[in-house]
Design a protein around this ligand. Structure first.
Ligand SMILES: Nc1ncnc2c1ncn2[C@@H]1O[C@H](COP(=O)(O)OP(=O)(O)OP(=O)(O)O)[C@@H](O)[C@H]1O
Length: 699
């Protein structure tokens, strides 16, 4: 790729230093390459003029031609607005401007012919367009048959003449210069196989579409290319790791057989068996395992994790299990401990609050090989933690750790990297999994243990609290336990704590001692206090656990059958699903009660309705992705990967699948990209090897 696209933006005619500074500051556009990949976010349909009589609310933006019959300002104060009655002979509609009426009113003249552009909405039998674009009818504005690109701009840029149209003029100039420098980045075979538009044409069409069909083809091509290169990078990473890293071979089944015959507490589900087989095949293969284990809440990932540790331990290696929070790490430790004990294996817990003396003992036991399993938080990553031979690293909820930390765990072994099993607490949508974890193999537990009854979920307003308390009492009388959870949002921690304490007091009044016992757990407690309160609930000594979301993941008390979530509207979908997953873990009928105020935003209503409608974590994950977008779900840690210029994981799942398959096919036939037909790919990859983010980008 030539240096043309690295040319600073000020070199473009009509930009100059001041505008260039603004473009850099406001839109992060530094070079020709940045500008040309700054695509319109929508297009205005100037392909034809509509008649008012044919308007229909389903139409997006329409273009009309006519004149203003009369104008008036109506309403008071903040509701004040200018209304212009616009007619084209076939009917009449209202053009409406809020606030800026005087300025607009001065510009408009009744009787003169205008072109109006905007989104019509219907009130009763009349249509109106709020804040339309309006210009005098001229031979130029009368020209139809094109889609007008709309670019993001800002107030500061608009003042300097760089509104959407101004940016479009820059694109026009740049494109004229750039076309000869744009090279095809995909091989002819892929263009033909997937009917993709060529790159140069796609760049031209994306900025200046000659019609809707051409535009769709251009968008498709550019999305495909972007996703193809992301997948190619992930798959190359996977491939090079497979070649580079040999894995320890664990094929001594004696320990596993002993566990199966003497200590397995239940029959494994079909899905658990299948996943264990996949893991077993990996650790016998001689290659390093890098596998993502996905399962819905309560699907039984813990036992799969334990069996995986046994595979390593059976061949004399050690295992580590790392979790993102202290509570979760402790929970894992306590979940594994009874199994380990029965099997005569040693296990320890290492977190930020482990005392120095214990810590030192753990370090020694690890190095000498006396300690078999170490559970803990990111404290496991610290330098003094040295294993004699770490064979299996299980990471719960990886995206909170990030890829870099995962890599640090690998380095804990001198000779071979450990096999890595990543588990996520809730399912993640396929498109995200393919991108975030695209370098891992994926195993899915898509079956719940037999005999589970689906959790009944209801939505109740705060005014029904007494009825909810009554229901809780009935459940306690049946011998069940109950969670009551309050939101905790960090910025307002004090306020949240107050909510929690108020809630606790009202529950304590409604559920008096000694008949009822209540635990309370929140983030401000000391770890030992927290632990003591949790333990009382786990042992069944308390009936109700009032808590903030610290209990979100991993807590396992099968006797708890009711989950009451206060201010449910403040939780995200994944979190609600996780919290609900704390019940329904035993054979009893379980319930989840989502409490909220009557006022709900549209999104909050969708979230609550989704929860009431379905228990399926994979379905919930898809809706969550649509509501929040990928960046928000994954957090910032991996934003580099999510940094896409045109593809959108919430909508482009199908293209992603094809692009991944295309990348697989290319690498299968030509892993080094040495063949002549892949020279385009090779050139693109080589030019961009230093840029970690996105190979499809022009530079
Ligand atoms: N095959 C099975 N048959 C019966 N019970 C099972 C089976 N597998 C797991 N369980 C039980 O189901 C409950 C949930 O299992 P586990 O805690 O492993 O779930 P999980 O997948 O880790 O879910 P979460 O992420 O919600 O904690 C536990 O009480 C566990 O003992």
């Amino acid at each position: 790729m030539s240096g043309f696209f690295s040319t600073p933006i000020e070199y473009l005619k009509g930009v100059g230093p001041q505008k260039a500074d603004l473009l850099k500051l406001e839109l992060k556009l530094f070079t020709y390459g940045d500008l040309i990949q700054f695509y319109p976010f929508r297009y205005e349909d100037r392909t034809r003029f509509y008649r008012i009589a044919e308007l229909d609310e389903s139409l997006p933006h329409v273009q009309l031609r006519g004149h203003i019959r009369a104008m008036e300002t109506i309403g008071e104060k903040s509701k004040k607005r200018l209304v212009a009655y616009f007619t084209d002979g076939s009917g009449e509609l209202e053009l409406v401007w809020f606030q800026a009426q005087k300025w607009v009113a001065r510009q408009l003249k009744p009787g003169v012919q205008y072109v109006v552009f905007g989104k019509p909405s219907r009130f009763g039998s009349k249509y109106s367009i709020a804040h339309p674009e309006i210009e005098l009818l001229s031979p130029q504005s009368e020209r139809t048959g094109y889609l007008q690109p709309v670019y993001t701009s800002t107030e500061k840029l608009k003042i300097r003449g760089l509104d959407s149209k101004g940016i479009s003029r820059l694109q026009e100039q740049l494109l004229a210069l750039a076309l000869e420098h744009i090279h095809e980045t995909l091989p002819a075979s892929l263009l033909a196989l997937y009917s993709l538009m060529d790159k140069r044409e796609a760049m031209r069409q994306i900025h200046f579409p000659s019609g809707n069909e051409q535009l769709q083809k251009a968008r498709y091509r550019l999305k495909f290319e972007e996703l193809f290169y992301i997948q190619l990078r992930l798959l190359t990473l996977k491939l090079s790791r497979t070649e580079k890293y040999r894995g320890q071979v664990f094929n001594d089944p004696a320990l596993l057989t002993r566990f199966y015959t003497d200590h397995l507490p239940f029959d494994l589900t079909g899905a658990q068996k299948r996943v264990i087989k996949e893991i077993y095949a990996d650790v016998r293969s001689g290659r390093q395992m890098n596998r993502l284990l996905q399962g819905d809440v309560g699907s039984g990932k813990t036992i799969v994790a334990f069996i995986s540790t046994l595979l390593a331990l059976g061949s004399g290696a050690q295992a580590a299990l790392m979790a993102p929070t202290e509570i979760l790490a402790t929970q894992h430790y306590q979940g594994l401990k009874p199994f380990a004990k029965k099997m005569g294996l040693t296990i320890a817990l290492l977190t930020g609050s482990t005392k120095t003396k214990t810590r030192r003992q753990i370090h020694e036991a690890l190095e000498s090989g006396h300690l078999h399993i170490l559970a803990g938080t990111h404290a496991l990553l610290e330098d003094p933690v040295q294993f004699q031979n770490l064979g299996m690293a299980i990471i719960d909820e990886q995206h909170r750790f990030g890829v870099a930390q995962r890599a640090r765990l690998w380095q804990k072994n001198r000779e071979y990297p450990p096999h890595v099993l990543v588990m996520t607490a809730t399912p993640i949508p396929r498109t995200l999994a393919m991108t975030l974890y695209g370098d891992l193999d994926i195993s899915i537990i898509d079956e719940l243990p037999a005999g589970r009854k689906p959790i009944k979920t209801v939505h109740r307003y705060d005014s029904h609290r007494l009825r909810v308390f009554g229901f809780m009492k009935e459940q306690i009388a049946l011998g069940r336990q109950i969670y009551v959870v309050y939101p905790l949002i960090e910025e307002s921690e004090k306020l949240d704590l107050k909510d929690l304490m108020d809630g606790y007091e009202s529950i304590a009044r409604a559920f008096p001692q000694p008949q009822y016992q209540i635990s309370i757990v929140h983030g401000r407690q000391r770890p030992d206090e927290k632990e003591w309160e949790m333990q009382r609930f786990i042992k069944g000594e308390t009936h109700i656990m009032v808590a903030t979301t610290v209990i979100e993941v991993g807590v396992n008390v099968p006797n708890a059958s009711v989950m009451v979530i206060e201010n449910a509207e403040r939780f995200g979908l994944a979190q609600l699903h996780q919290l609900r997953g704390r019940v329904g873990r035993g054979a009893d009928q379980s319930y989840c009660i989502l409490m909220s105020d009557v006022k709900l935003s549209k999104e909050a209503r969708i979230r609550i309705e989704t929860m009431v409608r379905t228990n399926n974590g994979f379905e919930i994950a898809d809706i969550d992705l649509k509501l929040r977008g990928p960046g928000d779900i994954t957090g910032t840690q991996q934003s580099g990967l999510m940094d896409m210029t045109i593809a959108d994981l919430t909508k482009d799942g199908e293209i992603l699948k094809l692009a991944r398959q295309a990348a697989i096919d290319v690498l299968e036939n030509d892993p080094e990209l040495n063949s002549a037909q892949n020279s385009n790919i090779k050139r693109q990859v080589d030019a961009q090897t230093k840029e970690v983010v996105n190979w499809s980008k022009i530079s």
